[in-house]
Write a protein that binds this ligand. Structure first.
Ligand code: ADP
Ligand code: MG
Length: 265
């Protein structure tokens, strides 16, 4: 539901964010890895999450689509709170959770393609088996997506026949095949040889320009600065700084942000 605020006598309507995260917390044993994280992703927004190793970036992404079960807080997609049940501490899988994961697919550092399937089948599988799309239609769509990420001529190859950059582009096509509401990327270029980073970033940049809503954990500060329109710095599981890239990178307000940026820039 859109929210209405009365400002100086006029009613301002704020559109419902695509993704709203409120006070998300998560501990592993006695370690509090996420400590009350809130953020909004508007439709079409590209958010970069930066921060030192161990600051909770991956856990935050994983809590959004319930690859990790948060201890507290709320996630809402298009205004609908994500609901889940646990049994003996484990997530109870349901159609809703499958649908959520389809709406919020994750691209991992390590590609995670299915090794025994061709690239085309990797992209078409979930639409057929999870979304129930007709096989021919799913394969046709998969082929179009492979063209979009520059892999039209690799459709019949197996993952081990591809370079790391090509595998990651195939993984991006696989995420797009779910017709996602928000694309999640967890350090999508960290496992790549330096000369292959650019081709993957280029694909992600084109997705940003095409209006996809995306949340990226990244060490690529240039990319975070140039492509995203919102940057969140996590520190010990909490948001230390958040704002447009010009503000976060050029005029950080917190001491922690200034320190972190000095260490990576
Ligand atoms: P980042 O992605 O920013 O490097 P992570 O979210 O992966 O950070 O991890 C944050 C902290 O949580 C780290 O101390 C990590 O060791 C711990 N952690 C992450 N996942 C688990 C897990 N499944 N079990 C126990 N500890 C975990
Ligand atoms: Mg991580």
């Amino acid at each position: 539901m859109p929210t209405h605020q009365r400002l100086g006598g006029t009613i301002v309507t704020t559109p419902t964010p695509r993704l709203a995260v409120r006070h998300l917390s998560k501990s592993f044993g006695s370690i509090r890895v996420l400590d009350g994280v809130s953020l909004d992703a508007e439709k079409g927004q590209v958010i970069s999450i930066i921060g030192s190793s161990g600051s909770g970036k991956s856990t935050l992404l994983r809590c959004l689509n319930l690859l990790e079960v948060p201890d507290a807080g709320e996630v809402a997609l298009d205004g609908q709170p994500v609901r889940f049940q646990t049994r003996r501490g484990r997530l109870h899988m349901s159609r809703e959770i499958q649908a959520l994961r389809a709406s919020l697919p994750m691209v991992f550092q390590s590609f995670n393609l299915w090794r025994h399937m061709t690239v085309l089948d990797n992209v078409a599988a979930a639409p057929i088996h999870v979304l129930g799309r007709p096989r021919a239609e799913a394969r046709e769509h998969a082929a179009a997506l492979l063209t979009r990420v520059g892999l039209a001529d690799r459709a019949g190859h197996y993952p081990h026949q591809l370079s790391g950059g090509q595998q990651q582009r195939a993984a991006i096509a696989r995420a797009l095949a779910m017709e996602p509401k928000v694309l999640l990327f967890d350090e999508p270029t960290s496992a790549l040889d330096p000369e292959l980073v650019g081709e993957v970033l280029k694909v992600i940049e084109a997705l940003a320009e095409a209006g996809n809503t995306m949340i990226l954990v990244t060490h690529e500060m240039g990319f975070a600065r140039n492509v995203s329109n919102h940057v969140v710095l996590l520190d010990h599981g909490a948001v230390a700084e958040a704002g447009p890239p010009e503000q976060v990178f050029e005029a950080p307000t917190s001491e922690r942000a200034a320190q972190f940026l000095a260490s990576v820039m």
